[in-house]
Design a protein around this ligand. Structure first.
Ligand SMILES: C=C(OP(=O)(O)O)C(=O)O
Ligand SMILES: [Mg+2]
Length: 574
């Protein structure tokens, strides 16, 4: 029977395909004694052989899609499988203690993992412990006859079902095969949702129970525009979804006509529509969608995609590629924003109660300033290849900004003294994503070159509602008058000092927010590349004077987000 589930629509598009469960399988087992130890050893040998052949296949797939360097992680895993000391110890455990292969394996690997993990100052041994942990899971899965899900091995059309997708899971999705994803948790501004939009993969998150409702092989129909998911749809429901997919494709074709057009409002004002990117590869989408610049390059993905800190040279090459790719159009590069839902496995950070309020972004950069200086040097060297702007994330105090700017100035002076070609026209600005900075924007505006409002975080900190938590998503209110007042304060403060104010939070591409932001005088709108054309189409039919009247009313006369939405509808009705 078909079952309908409602979730949060986070990435447009409609898809129907087979479910693929990305759920950690149950690998529990009982320790039992065995009489036939040679049969048990044969079971172990069989599981080891199957694990080896899995890993060889995964390795060659990774080499093809991610590159040889990324694939080398799997060499370390293969080495574990052929390590005579480890395998020998498991075999002896079976023989000497007459126990099943599962428990012999687990006891020995736990012992090695414990030993290596105890060597706290030795990152090499820590990594070996992680490798053994991974390989043990694989061998156990073969012994128990359960399947380990693996995103890189998908080779048919599927819809991924998971509790949550991490940003690195999302980065591995192959658009040819992954037609959509559906998760239990998450919100519109979770990083996996943001990435789904740039990959143009339809997605519905926060369904709370999709993983319990779906079995391997079920068919799913997903509508990422409205947030509907149907498990095992009927033929007529499939036909209905296909009609919606068709209508969406036609709407997109209409927007695509604006790809080379400028963004001009009904009263002839030019506004800048820029794109948010995570890697140089995303430039293709920016160009395809007519982006007039890059308003946010999230450089942390460069760190997250590597197995160790990227070198100055690797970073320089990535930044240069983006600057050259945008051919003189502005590119705002944000310095590393690790923390919150963006983890860096090789930067061992202590577990925190509230990671979004913890040690993250500029706080890490200022404390571990070697890493920060490397990034700034790479950026400064790349500045000669385009129109670079640098932005610091999570600035809470003027002292944060001054410290970061002082390090930037020092590195710039050093490079110039070394005779390196550095642009003398690099604007340095900040993200406004912490309410303290939004309130004090008039003071910041005297010292920075620009603001970019990061509403994804600004809303969660202002409303005290976690951006990832679907239970409090009703409080995550972009149109709440309190948020609009903060935004107005920031834009007015920038303009009073002759500076520009942009926005790179997801709100900049939200079709209900855009009329308000136009009315508040926002200069630059930076969003997922896939939202650019529909926003250009909307702006073309709106008049800035009328939108200013709308914004003024919203800020001074509305009590609630609902009232603001009603007002927007009234002012934008055709
Ligand atoms: C753009 C933002 O940064 P991120 O989503 O990467 O936290 C924001 O907080 O609005
Ligand atoms: Mg942020």
């Amino acid at each position: 029977m078909a079952e309908l589930l409602k979730g949060i629509a986070v990435s447009d598009g409609v898809a129907v395909a087979k479910a693929y469960l990305l759920v950690a399988p149950d690998l529990s087992f009982e320790k039992v004694s065995v009489d036939d130890v040679s049969a048990e050893s044969a079971r172990l040998a069989d599981a080891l052989a199957k694990s080896t052949s899995d890993l060889e296949a995964i390795r060659s797939k990774a080499a093809e899609s991610l590159g040889e360097e990324e694939a080398q992680v799997f060499d370390a895993h293969l080495m574990v499988l052929s390590d005579p000391e480890l395998i020998g110890a498991i075999e002896s455990n079976i023989k000497d203690n007459q126990v099943n292969a599962e428990s012999a394996l687990k006891e020995v690997t736990d012992m090695f993992i414990g030993m290596f993990e105890a060597m706290e100052d030795n990152p090499y041994m820590q990594e070996r412990a992680a490798d053994i942990r991974d390989v043990t899971k694989r061998v156990l899965s073969h012994l128990l006859g359960v399947k380990l899900p693996d995103l890189t091995m998908i080779d048919e059309e599927v819809i991924i079902v998971a509790d949550d997708l991490t940003p690195s899971d999302t980065a591995q999705l192959d658009r040819r095969f992954v037609k959509a994803f559906v998760t239990n948790i998450g919100g519109r501004t979770s990083h996996s949702a943001i990435m789904a939009r740039s990959l143009e993969i339809p997605a519905v998150v926060g369904t709370k129970e999709i993983t319990q409702m779906v079995k391997e092989g079920d068919i799913l129909a997903v509508n990422g525009i409205e947030g509907d998911v149907i498990v095992n749809p009927t033929d007529s429901q499939i036909a209905e979804f296909n009609t919606k997919a068709q209508a969406f494709a036609e709407q997109k074709a209409e927007w695509e006509k604006l790809v080379h057009a400028e963004t001009i409002t009904a009263d002839g004002k030019h506004l800048e529509l820029a794109a948010n990117i995570g890697t140089p590869k995303d430039l293709e989408g920016v160009i395809k969608n007519g982006g007039e610049g890059v308003g946010l390059y999230r450089t942390e993905f460069l760190y997250m995609d590597a197995s160790d800190f990227p070198s100055e040279e690797d970073q320089f090459n990535a930044y240069k590629a983006v600057l050259e790719g945008m051919a003189g159009k502005p590119v705002v590069v944000r310095t590393m924003d690790i923390g919150g839902d963006k983890e860096l496995p090789y930067l061992k950070l202590p577990h925190e109660m509230n990671p979004f309020l913890g040690y993250r972004a500029i706080r890490i950069s200022l404390a571990e300033d070697g890493m920060f200086r490397t990034q700034l040097r790479a950026l400064l060297r790349a500045s000669a290849y385009g129109n670079l702007r640098i932005m610091f994330p999570m600035i809470a105090t003027l002292q944060d900004f001054r410290s970061a700017k002082a390090i930037f100035d020092e590195e710039k002076a050093k490079l110039i003294a070394e005779g390196v070609n550095v642009s003398d026209d690099i604007q340095v600005g900040i993200m406004i994503e912490i309410p303290a900075a939004a309130v004090l924007a008039d003071r910041f505006a005297k010292e920075v070159d620009f603001f970019s409002i990061g509403t994804n975080d600004l809303i969660q900190y202002t409303m005290a509602a976690d951006r990832m938590n679907e239970r409090v998503s009703y409080l995550y209110q972009p149109y709440n008058p309190s948020i609009l007042r903060l935004i107005k304060n920031v834009i007015d403060a920038a303009h009073a000092e002759g500076k520009w104010a942009g926005m790179c939070g997801e709100m900049a591409g939200d079709q209900t927010a855009v009329p308000l932001l136009m009315g508040l005088g926002l200069d630059e709108f930076s969003m997922s590349a896939t939202s650019i054309l529909r926003t250009r189409s909307l702006m073309k039919r709106l008049d800035t004077t009328k939108m200013a009247e709308l914004a003024e009313k919203a800020v001074t006369e509305c009590d609630t987000a609902e009232e603001v939405v009603a007002l927007v509808e009234e002012y934008t009705a055709e």
